[in-house]
Design a protein around this ligand. Sequence first.
Ligand code: AMP
Length: 112
Amino acid sequence: MDNCLFCKIIRGEIPSKKIYEDDLCYAFYDINPQSDTHFLVVPKEHISGADKITSENSALVAHIFEVISSLTKELGLSSYRIINNCGEGAGQTVMHLHFHVLSGKNLGERLV
Ligand code: AMP
């Protein structure tokens, strides 16, 4: 999508600290980390949010969770939190489906 920030990052038009990519997804460090380790994993296909996940594209989400499982092992993260914000009222600021992966000493038990 032309004007989407994460599509631009995936295309290399905006720089990012890439961790991983394959045909289906792209992982990179968050520019404004909320914990010791904070990265994002996004599908390369533009899907605006979790509310647009259907039986047609849900395999992408399964793939992203496999990638997260693998990347966190490679990064030596034994505990981590996966977050998706869906909709402005839930804090979604970039309308391209993405999963936050956070890890570090400041992660408490509270979700909100
Ligand atoms: P959300 O608020 O759930 O939509 O998350 C969007 C995330 O994208 C925020 O945590 C931002 O810090 C992050 N972000 C915004 N611009 C960039 C960028 N250029 N590179 C990496 N992360 C970004």
